[in-house]
Design a protein around this ligand. Structure first.
Ligand SMILES: NC(=O)c1ccc[n+]([C@@H]2O[C@H](COP(=O)([O-])OP(=O)(O)OC[C@H]3O[C@@H](n4cnc5c(N)ncnc54)[C@H](O)[C@@H]3O)[C@@H](O)[C@H]2O)c1
Length: 424
């Protein structure tokens, strides 16, 4: 059954959700509070980079409306998705002010369903249910439907989910949301609201744990002469383990993992439980971002006055998202040591936290006269970094491969000094 869907938030999750449901034949109104966002979308421009999304929006333009006006969102709509940001507060807890602004903006929509796609701490749905009831809005069903898409492949992820999680207080509201996913080829997990909220936090914390685990294996491998690439491959072939999220590097970043792991840690702490494992995952990740600086110092001595080229700034390839990008920590640490930091990224050409970093237009400009080049993001463009042109341009042909993107033997064969993460 085709429906008219209303979406709060024209960010990664809101736009992808809206465009994908439009592709499935639903009419969708997407509302944001930032006027530039809506102007961009109405002019056919995407406010951020996400592969395939612009084409999907263009193809479904007739079924998609972008507006600032909450009344337009509510007109004839009975299913609303909350896809607003839930950033961390200075204490690491979730700032739910945007979520609550949705409840206020929704007012009294009559018979309706509110679907929470934003990632929220466990218990949020219960509090929202109580607030709705207190406002006499018991005709508004509440459903937790956490989103698992990954930036850079968000459209594919949304269209082909591993599972759809639907947590509800009453079956009827859950059924309405499940019906929207009828033609998706994925198992549907029906559960309580609290369990749905926990599935999202636990899934992200588990993936982050794998990353911190393999980073620690990499660090020990360096000390004992093993090669973590072989170790991860050998481990991952075990079907009980699998290969995904076993790539060592300079730590995870982005808008989700850091905050979601922190939400889980604090949620546990606020409930009287000390979650030791996630505390360690966070600490390992923080330290991992700094190890590149130690590697540079071991090779170059004091970094004062040394020119360091940071290659890649976004928190991962195929996105221009800089939220919690490890590059920000790395650049700041290098600047503190007095290094002359230059940077290049295929999509990112500025960021307020990169003051003093020279943003270069090309990879070659970034490495010219550099004492070291550091691969920070595994952009495919960097796979051919170890070229004659780059070697000739650098003052010292040293590559620190923070993502183990390159083949050490080939790079050394091309005349570079090379160090990856956890590789012999
Ligand atoms: N980005 C991801 O990869 C991803 C994946 C899964 C889940 N999530 C979760 O989904 C949520 C949204 O993430 P995002 O990356 O899309 O955030 P985002 O910052 O890209 O977008 C959120 C949008 O909501 C808008 N907004 C805030 N209050 C509003 C209101 N009252 N009405 C309408 N719009 C409003 C903001 O202006 C912003 O444009 C977060 O909780 C996040 O943790 C994100």
């Amino acid at each position: 059954m085709k429906a008219l869907l209303g979406i709060f938030g024209a960010g990664w999750v809101g736009l992808v959700t809206g465009a994908c449901f439009a592709e499935r034949g639903h009419d969708v109104v997407v509302r944001d509070v930032v006027s530039e966002r809506i102007e961009d979308l109405n002019a056919g421009r995407l406010p951020f980079h996400e592969p395939g999304l612009a084409e999907l929006i263009e193809r479904n333009r007739e079924r998609l409306t972008f507006t600032l006006d909450v009344a337009e969102l509510k007109e004839g709509t009975s299913i609303f998705f909350a896809c607003v940001d839930t950033p961390p507060t200075p204490s690491g807890d979730a700032d739910l002010s945007y979520v609550w602004s949705v409840i206020d903006d929704l007012g009294d929509p009559g018979e309706a369903t509110l679907v929470m796609k934003s990632t929220v701490p466990v218990g949020t749905g219960g509090r929202i249910r109580a607030a709705l009831d207190q406002r006499g809005l018991d005709r508004v069903g509440y459903v937790a439907n956490p989103e698992f898409l990954s930036e850079g492949r968000a459209v594919k992820d949304f269209m082909n989910p591993d599972r759809v999680v639907i947590g509800s207080f009453d079956d009827a509201a859950g059924d309405r949301v499940a019906a929207l996913y009828e033609d998706f080829d994925a198992p549907v997990v029906r559960t309580t609201v609290a369990s749905a909220e926990m599935i999202k936090l636990a899934a992200n914390a588990f993936l982050a744990t794998r990353i911190s685990f393999i980073n620690e294996i990499a660090n020990v491998s360096e000390a004992v002469g093993a090669d973590v690439a072989d170790v991860a491959y050998g481990m991952g072939l075990d079907k009980r383990i699998g290969t995904s999220y076993l790539s060592p590097g300079i730590g995870y970043g982005g808008s989700c993992f850091p905050k979601d792991v922190s939400f889980l840690k604090l949620l546990a702490g606020n409930s009287g439980y000390h979650f030791q494992l996630v505390s360690a995952v966070i600490e390992v990740n923080d330290l991992q971002k700094r190890r590149v600086v130690t590697k540079l110092e071991q090779r170059l001595g004091k970094l004062r006055g040394k020119k360091i080229a940071l290659l890649g700034l976004a928190f991962k390839p195929n996105t221009d998202d800089m939220r919690e990008a490890p590059s920000l920590v790395l650049a700041s640490r290098l600047q503190t040591e007095g290094a002359d930091v230059h940077a290049w990224d295929p999509l990112v050409d500025s960021h307020p936290a990169l003051e003093g970093v020279v943003m270069e237009e090309s990879l070659l400009d970034a490495v010219r006269d550099a004492d070291a080049a550091v691969i920070v993001t595994e952009w495919p463009e960097l796979a051919t970094l170890a070229s004659e042109e780059v070697r000739a341009a650098m003052r010292t042909p040293l590559i620190i491969d923070g993502r183990n993107l390159l083949d050490p033997e080939a790079v050394r064969g091309a005349g570079f000094d090379y160090e990856g993460i956890g590789r012999s």
